[in-house]
Structure formats: C-alpha cells, structure tokens
Design a protein around this ligand. Structure first.
Ligand code: BES
Ligand code: MN
Ligand code: ZN
Length: 514
C-alpha cells in the first residue's frame, strides 16, 4: 500500500483548497450538518438544491459529486450518505469514507479534505471517529496489483487526506485517533497482501522472511524453530500435517517487549500470547478437498498473517505491553509420506490424536502452538484461525465465531470487535460436546462428526490450553469476501486484525490508568 499522509488541522472548511471536499448527510434529515450548510451558503445553495430535488437522499453509501465552478477554493464537492441518524455506528463512518475514497479516485484526484464530524456518532469519542475515518479511507483505497504486468494503467492511489477539526475539539485526541487508524489500516492491508500472494510464493519459508522484517521494528525479537527442533521438542501434530509437503514447516515466534520492566508486581509482565493458524495452502491432504474454490485456500494462513501484523502494529504504536505471536506454519498436502486417515499423532502436550480426516489440520497445528503458548504462563491466549466451514454455515459473513474459557477475556474481545466493526459472536464451549471427539484408539480424534462443527473444533483446542484464560476466534466466516464492499475488497479481507489491535490498545489504556 502506498503511504498516505493524514493531517489534522483547524480551519474554515469553505476556504480549504482541496481537490475534493467530502461532506456527509443523514437520510431523512431536513437540516444539513453544520459544515455542509456553511459550504452550501458559499455555493449559493447548490447542496440544498440537490437534497430538495430528491437526487440525493443521504442513503447509506449513496454519493453525488459536482464541480464548484470556482465559487470556493475546493475544486469539487462529494456528498456521501450516512443513512438514517438512528442507525449510525462507528462502522457507518468507515463505510462512508471507504465509499468516498473510491469516488474520489475515479476523478483522478489523489487527495481530499473532510471535516471530522464532532458528535456524529453518539456511541464513539471524537478520537474513535477520527480513527474510523482513517481506517475506512485507507482500506477503501486498498488494491493488490503486484502480479499485473501493466500496473501503470491503473490509477495512482490515495496520497493525502486533510481532516478539518472542529474549533472546540482537542486536536491532540484527533491526532491520536489518526495514528491508531493508520496503524490498524496498514496492518490490515499487510494481511490482505500476505493472503493475496499465492501459495507458491507465500510459503512458510517466505513467512519467516516477513517475520524477520518485523523483527527489525522496535522491541521485537524473533525465534524460528526449524524441523529438527520441532522433532526434538515433540511437535508431532505440526510435523504430522507437514509430512505431505515438500515445503519445510516453520514455527515462528515473535516477541514484542514493550512493557515497562520496572513494575513491582511481576503480574504486569505476564504476556498476552497470540497464536495464528498458518496453513499456507490447504488442499485437505489425503482427505482431498473438491476443486471448486480451492484456490481460496491460499488464505488459510490468515490467522498467522494477522498475528504478524498485530505484533508490528503494537510495536509501531509503542503499546506498553508484552505480546508474543506464535505461527505454526506449513502446507497441508497429499503425498507419499502424507498422514492418512487413522494415523495417530502424539502432540507436544503428550496427548494422542487419531487423525480421522486430514482436512481437519488447523486444530492439529494449533494444538502444538497452544501448548507452546502455555510455556509463557500467559495472562491470556488468543488464537485466530480459518478453522471450520461450519463457522460460515452458522454465522454467514458478518460475524467472527468466538469460543473461550474466560468470561472477562471474551467480554474484552466482544468490546474490541464492536469498536473495530469486526464483531464476534459467541458459541457454547460445553464439555457435553466432547463425546463427539472420542476415539476408540487414542485420547481423542480430530473430527466431531455431524453437528456443531465450530464447537467441536474449539473444544478440541481447549484441551491444549491448560487453565490459562483463552479465547478462540474462528475467522473462516469472514476471511474472504465474495464481493466488494465499501472498505472491504473482493478476496482476502484481513478481518480480525483491527479487532486484535483494538484489544491491545484497550489493554494498554487500562494498564496506564492502573
Ligand atoms: N481451512 C479449512 C476451513 C475453511 C473452509 C476455511 C472454508 C475457510 C473457508 C479447514 O482446514 C477445514 O478444512 N475444515 C474442515 C473440517 C472438517 C474436516 C471437520 C471443514 O470445515 O470442512
Ligand atoms: Mn482443512
Ligand atoms: Zn485449513
């Protein structure tokens, strides 16, 4: 993604010399917003005219663009609809900006100015509104054209945003919102990039290279366990999944030590551990997947990519936290040496698993990743994984599946999801379901049979986290979009990244006030 400069300033909106001035309006509002009516007066009533004629109603993500004919320094005005006032959420703002940025780029403009609507979202602070505006703008402008040989024919991307602050607002708060927005959006774009790259490029080895680049950031340290170490440690589950592949598996550990080490209670240094499913391509293995849509399985490393991006963002935002990211990385391939249905693997925890379906590989590699996470005696473990098709069946494309063993942690992730517009929905993690995971020959089997597929997968994982506070996020429902949305492209979405970063920001804020 090209670098976008965002500036917050106070000034008269009608005097701003922008390529495009982006203004918003609520459907059904008879009065215009303050900034819009100021511009309308300078334009001798052209905005009001558009509303009166019914050409523009302010429906969510509706737009109208017109030239100002030299009446004000801004060349064009773009009106974007926010929908009905009673329905507004922070995500409405994100969507409006994502929509606006696309319309702006169609004009050939690479910059725009927009007021930060002061009290536009009752449930959010001005800081959060500014953050959402930046996120929507950058993510709406996202494109992936690395593999187009004629990239020059595409319009140049967004370069600059000027955000006009209300004169009564605190500019420093808005600037903090911009900073968070930039970090979250850049992280999401990074995840989209990693997932867009095909599996012949984005191998476990290439992911190590990406992790090495992140290890050059402030207070980040990298450890990579190669196959030999995995054998020595006894990571039989990860090694089992990797057997069918010619690509060597990698176990990537990134540690961000941004916490203050001077605190008297050692509790403050207990890390938050993030574990991401990193299957660089999931063919299903010997339990081969059908051909249709199989190419989407290049994104079966979304969880791992989100963990990498989150560690990078935590460092760039200098969050005063201790965070560890773990990526068990491998392909899932059929082959002469591949594991077969009925094979029994001994996991790092010592528990044995009968592999009844080699396509249920995510939970196998995560079992070893989660056991490894417990070595840090963490304050919390969060895993993110494109784990089950059942998640999509249950939730469709607008909710991430959440299951976990700790109410406080689940509540925090629920809250972060609401703020990020990447909402989670909880499913039960009742022990009753474990009968579906019983094996005749091993401690458990890796599939749960008919019914409750998202639940049995999570219950399987729960056997590897000990008593540590843990939440599992199933992102199989949201990781890939089959159509373009306001700030979400067709293909890899990166959804979950901003949720994780928001959770860390909230944790950092909490530790400051303690
Ligand atoms: N990576 C898939 C889950 C998936 C499916 C993610 C579709 C995104 C879109 C996972 O490894 C898988 O294959 N799960 C199986 C589990 C089953 C064999 C118990 C599934 O959901 O079918
Ligand atoms: Mn699979
Ligand atoms: Zn998979």
């Amino acid at each position: 993604m090209n670098v976008v400069h965002v500036r917050v300033k106070q000034g008269r909106i009608e005097a701003e010399p922008a390529e495009v001035l982006v203004l918003s309006h609520h459907e059904g509002d008879s009065a215009m917003q303050e900034e819009a009516s100021i511009v309308d007066r300078a334009l001798h009533g052209s905005l009001r005219g558009l509303l009166k004629s019914g050409e523009f109603e302010g429906k969510q993500n509706q737009t109208v663009l017109f030239h100002t004919q030299g009446k004000i320094p801004a060349k064009r005005v773009l009106l974007v609809g926010l929908g009905k006032k009673k329905d507004i959420r922070t995500d409405t703002v994100r969507q409006a900006m994502g929509t606006a940025v696309k319309r702006v780029s169609q004009t050939g403009a690479r910059s725009f100015a927009t007021p930060i609507p002061g009290l536009a979202v009752p449930s959010a602070s001005p800081l959060e509104v500014a953050q959402a505006m930046v996120e929507g703008s950058l993510l709406g402008a996202y494109r992936f054209s690395v593999y187009r040989s004629q990239a020059s024919s595409e319009p140049k991307g967004l370069a600059r945003i000027t955000m006009l602050a209300p004169t009564n607002g605190k500019v420093s708060d808005l600037e903090e919102g911009v900073r968070r927005g930039l970090a979250s959006a850049e992280a999401t774009a990074f995840v989209r990039d990693l997932c867009n790259h095909p599996s012949n490029v984005m191998t476990p080895t290439r992911l190590v290279k990406e992790a090495k680049a992140i290890a050059r950031e402030r207070a980040v340290h990298l450890k990579v366990l190669e196959k030999q170490s995995l054998e020595r440690l006894g990571m039989g589950a990860l090694l089992g999944v990797a057997r069918g592949s010619h690509e060597p598996p990698k176990f990537i550990v990134l540690e961000y030590s941004g916490h203050r080490r001077t605190g008297r209670n050692s509790h403050g240094t207990k890390p938050i551990v993030l574990v991401g499913k990193t299957i660089t391509f999931d063919t299903g293995g010997i339990s081969l997947k059908p051909a249709e849509n199989m190419e989407q399985m290049k994104a079966d490393m979304t969880g791992g990519a989100e963990v990498l991006a989150t560690i990078r963002a935590a460092s760039r935002l200098r969050l005063p936290l201790h965070v560890i990211g773990i990526l068990p990385a491998t392909e899932n391939m059929p082959g002469g040496r591949a594991i077969k249905p009925g094979d029994i693997l001994t996991t790092l925890s010592g528990k044995t698993v009968e592999v009844q379906n080699t396509d249920a590989e995510g939970r196998l590699i995560l079992a070893d990743g989660l056991t490894y996470a417990t070595r840090y005696k963490p304050a919390a473990i969060i895993d993110v994984a494109t784990l089950t098709g059942a998640c999509t069946v249950a939730l469709g494309q607008f909710a991430i599946g959440m299951l976990g063993n700790n109410a406080a942690l689940k509540k925090r992730l629920d809250q972060a999801g609401l703020q990020a517009g990447e909402r989670v929905w909880e499913m039960p993690l009742w022990e009753d379901y474990f009968e579906q995971l019983k094996s005749d020959v091993a401690d458990m089997r890796n599939i749960g049979g008919r019914g409750g597929g998202m639940i049995t997968a999570a219950l399987f994982l729960s056997k590897f986290v000990g008593d540590y506070p843990w939440v599992h996020l199933d992102i199989a429902s949201t990781d890939w979009s089959d159509r373009e949305r306001a700030y979400i492209p067709k293909g890899p979405t990166g959804i979950g990244t901003r949720l994780l970063i928001q959770y860390l920001i909230n944790q950092a804020m909490e530790s400051k006030t303690k």
